[in-house]
Every structure is written in structure tokens, then in C-alpha cells.
Design a protein around this ligand. Structure first.
Ligand code: F6P
Length: 405
């Protein structure tokens, strides 16, 4: 008999808890797995031996249904970068101690490209000290910027929220007779996937978003103002999608960085709003979708949530098959009918790397998304969750605050 541990890491999404359900349910089916531990605050919980027994928390099918529709990370999260184990093995020694003390034979880490750095380093260290613990990464991120995999769990739900919200903003923006510009700031760090997903509205015959700016294209303020003026000559209400990650002058953003050196990005929408107000002088509003785009599970994509659960379950099977240092990935077989398979990749192929929007998805002017690219996004946002509600509001699964730090 052995135990298994799972942890959640990085920025929240709507699908991370569904992957936890996948890991949990698959582990329940395996006779040789006894306890299923959840590590609190990602790898920090493994270092501090702060684990919970998930069998005492997830008690019924109803609990699992609630978890599937609960955004964010029920076990908490972290942005913790493990040092190089050759230089400073202290964290690794503590993690190994936790694993031995709890008789854990497999560790599943649900996270993005930074978390896959942890998977990679841990599997290398365990090989070095001959500790037989399998380490498997389960992908997630609304940024969709993980290499090898076709897409990441969490992205489809965020894309569905972005497109739906953009659609609603479009209706709201066109009511007055005066010209206006609305700028919608969308997350995604250095990759424009989520911003580009707003263009799925074009598949519905909408002209909005009229302009889409992604970090993959060098941003010029002059070019931006000329694009806006041109679109204003064609449309009364111009709707613009802008990625938080486009290059902006020093001082627009706070400059705060996380443990991995990533800048806290926010403020580009407001900055461009001010520029339009002073340079064009029309009615202008900026909307920062902020954390709503990653935690609005009431608009979750069923495809996304189902896939997140399936890839979590596949991670357990992968560990039991004796693999380690691997990340589970999706390979798309077809757009229509949409078909994917779940495969594995080496964590080293994904750790600390970023996958950018393909250049051919972007139009020649560098300010919108080509129609053919929509077939990539559309399958990922299909289907709705059958939400359990209370007082008309979707119910969430939450562990007691005192368990989290
Ligand atoms: O990595 C996912 C992400 O949501 C990015 O899109 C965003 O830039 C970042 O996290 C925000 O970081 P935090 O969770 O620290 O606010």
C-alpha cells in the first residue's frame, strides 16, 4: 500500500479543482492507494508537512460536483520557486522527509510553466537520492502558454468568459448616438491567447472586437491612435481587446515582481484610456477584466472542466505506470468533431518555457485575429455547467479558513 499527494499551484483558474477531482476519483479506484493527501499552498505544504487527508474533506458525490464548479484552488496556491538542489538542497530534504514520513509514492502537481519547473527539479532530485516517488505535472493556466500541449485546462473557461463579456460590453457600448471607444484589458502575461479568444465573436457575425492587441506584436502608440481613428470612421462604438502584456512605457505598471521574476501586469487599459481622452477627446472607458476572467465559473466551459478532470485522472494512471518527471498534455486530433488525446511530455520541455500565439493567427496589420484561427478556440469554449445553486447563486466547495494559511 502507498499514499498519494496532490497540490495546486500558480494563478487560479476555473478548472484546477476539477483536476483535483480527477486525481481524487482515480486514486479511489486503485486498491494499492490508501490515503490521498492534499498539500496546502502548493509545494509550500510539502516543505512544511502541511497536508490534509482529502478523504476526510471530500465526502460525497455532491462534494465532487461542488468542487467541479468551484473556481480557484481549494487547497490554496503559491508562487514558490525551488532553488537549484545542487546549490541549496534544504527545501528538497524537507519535501523528501514529508514524503517518507507519510509513505507517499506519487506526487501530482497541478500548475503552469513555473510549477513544471518544480516537477522537473523534484524528479531529478529524487533520482539523485534514489527516492522512489513519482512526480507528475497536471497542466493548468488561463494564459494557455504551456509548450507541447495543444491547450491548458482553465483556458477554455477563461476564453468563454472573455468572449461572453466582450459580447455583452458590445451591446452596452452602442446605445448612445455619440462616438465612443471601449478598451478591455485581458490577462495572459506575455502570450496573447486569451486576448485573441475575444475574436470568437467574429464567428457570430460581430465586428467587435474591432482591434485586438497581443504581446506577440510590438506595440506602437502612434499606430494604435491611427488604428483607433480609422475604426472610429467606420463604427460609432469601437471595442478594443488589449493584452495586459503589451509593452508600455515605464511607470504604467507597478514594477512588482513575483518569485519567478514575473512582473505584476495591470494598468495598460487605463493608460490607453487616458491617451485616447487626451489625443482624440471622445467618450472612452477602460475595463480591466482582472481576476473575474479566471474565477467566473458560472460561465465555465463544460469541455474545459471535463478535460481538466480527465487529465488529472490520467496523471494518476501515469504515476502508477511508473513514469516520473512527466507532464500530461493534450494532443488535438481534429477540430470538428473535436477530438483530443492525453499524452505525456518531459517536464523539462515545459518548465519555464512559454508558448506564444502563432504568428499566422494575427492579421497583417498586427491589430486583429484572422478568421481561420477561430477554429482553434471554438471547441474549447463549448458546453455549460449544470450548476448547483443556493439562493440563486452557484454554490462553492470551500475548506475551512483555518486549514489554509
Ligand atoms: O498566470 C496566470 C495569471 O492569471 C496571469 O494571467 C496574470 O498576469 C497573473 O497570473 C496574475 O498574477 P497574480 O495571481 O499574482 O495576481
Amino acid at each position: 500500500m502507498m499514499n498519494i499527494a496532490v497540490a495546486q499551484s500558480g494563478g487560479p483558474t476555473c478548472a484546477i479543482n476539477a483536476s483535483l477531482v480527477g486525481v481524487f476519483c482515480e486514486s479511489l479506484k486503485v486498491a494499492e492507494i490508501d490515503a490521498i493527501f492534499g498539500s496546502i499552498n502548493g509545494i509550500e505544504g510539502m516543505i512544511e508537512n502541511h497536508l490534509v487527508d482529502l478523504k476526510t474533506m471530500i465526502l460525497s458525490n455532491n462534494d465532487m460536483d461542488l468542487l467541479r464548479q468551484t473556481p480557484s484552488t481549494v487547497l490554496g496556491s503559491c508562487r514558490y520557486k525551488l532553488p537549484d538542489w545542487k546549490e541549496d538542497p534544504s527545501d528538497y530534504e524537507k519535501i523528501a522527509e514529508t514524503l517518507k514520513q507519510r509513505n507517499i509514492g506519487a506526487f501530482l502537481y497541478i500548475g503552469g510553466n513555473d510549477s513544471m519547473d518544480t516537477v522537473n527539479k523534484l524528479s531529478e532530485y529524487f533520482a539523485e537520492i534514489s527516492l522512489d516517488v513519482k512526480v507528475i505535472g497536471i497542466p493548468k493556466t488561463i494564459d494557455n502558454d504551456l509548450c507541447v500541449t495543444d491547450h491548458t485546462p482553465g483556458f477554455g473557461s477563461a476564453a468563454k468568459y472573455v468572449a461572453t463579456t466582450m459580447h455583452e460590453i458590445t451591446r452596452d457600448s452602442i446605445v448612445y448616438s455619440i462616438p465612443s471607444v471601449t478598451i478591455v484589458e485581458i490577462m495572459g502575461r506575455h502570450a496573447g491567447w486569451l486576448t485573441a479568444s475575444s475574436a470568437v465573436l467574429h464567428a457570430m457575425g460581430e465586428t467587435a472586437p474591432h482591434l485586438v492587441y497581443v504581446p506577440e506584436v510590438k506595440f506602437s502608440l502612434e499606430g494604435f491612435l491611427s488604428d483607433v481613428r480609422q475604426e472610429m470612421s467606420k463604427h460609432k462604438a469601437v471595442i478594443i481587446a488589449v493584452s495586459e502584456g503589451i509593452e508600455v512605457p515605464e511607470g504604467v505598471q507597478s514594477g512588482v515582481v513575483d518569485n519567478f521574476g514575473h512582473k505584476y501586469l495591470s494598468g495598460i487599459g487605463k493608460y490607453l484610456e487616458d491617451v485616447i481622452r487626451s489625443q482624440i477627446g471622445c467618450k472612452v472607458r477602460s475595463i480591466e477584466l482582472n481576476v473575474m476572467q479566471r474565477c467566473s465559473s458560472h460561465l465555465g466551459s463544460k469541455t474545459d472542466i471535463d478535460e481538466a478532470e480527465a487529465i488529472g485522472a490520467a496523471g494518476v494512471r501515469c504515476a502508477l505506470a511508473g513514469q516520473t518527471g512527466k507532464v500530461m498534455v493534450f494532443r488535438r486530433i481534429e477540430d470538428i468533431p473535436y477530438t483530443v488525446t492525453i499524452e505525456t511530455a518531459d517536464a523539462s520541455q515545459i518548465a519555464n518555457k512559454e508558448k506564444f500565439l502563432p504568428k499566422n493567427y494575427i492579421n497583417s496589420a498586427g491589430n486583429n485575429i484572422r478568421n481561420f484561427a477561430l477554429s482553434y478556440f471554438l471547441p474549447l469554449i463549448q458546453g455549460d455547467l449544470n450548476l448547483v445553486k443556493e439562493h440563486g447563486i452557484p454554490k462553492h466547495f470551500a475548506i475551512h479558513e483555518s486549514v489554509l494559511k
